[in-house]
Ligand binder design. Structure first.
Ligand SMILES: [Zn+2]
Ligand SMILES: [Zn+2]
Ligand SMILES: [Zn+2]
Length: 113
């Protein structure tokens, strides 16, 4: 079972910050390779700054569905229709407002400068 870190994380990966019925994804962070329920959970628990994924790493499985606990690549998540490709559970479409916190359009070289 993949561990999801954060504050008051429930079995479907909702947390103290996002806990509506559709808030059921967790995100792996590039900086520590750990899954957190959300950006704020990472900010409060990790003790270091979050690093967004560079576009060149979008093939990485970095999205975890809280319903079926299966991982999805960033590309499949961003190109999907906010449903889990494995179990069809609905994800929160408002998450896209925060994509810039998790995913960068820059290359990894640009991010490291
Ligand atoms: Zn981290
Ligand atoms: Zn959170
Ligand atoms: Zn699923």
């Amino acid at each position: 079972m993949i561990e999801v870190k954060g504050i008051s994380v429930d079995p479907e990966t909702r947390c103290a910050h996002y806990h509506s019925p559709v808030d059921i994804i967790a995100i792996r962070f590039r900086c520590c390779n750990e899954y957190y329920a959300c950006y704020y959970c990472h900010e409060e628990c990790a003790g270091h700054a979050a690093q967004p994924w560079p576009a060149s790493a979008y093939g990485t499985a970095a999205i975890l569905c809280g319903k079926c606990r299966k991982e999805t690549s960033i590309t499949d998540y961003l190109q999907g229709k906010y449903t889990c490709p494995h179990c069809q559970a609905a994800f929160n479409p408002k998450c896209k407002n925060h994509n810039h916190l998790y995913f960068s359009e820059k290359s990894s070289q640009d991010l490291e400068q």
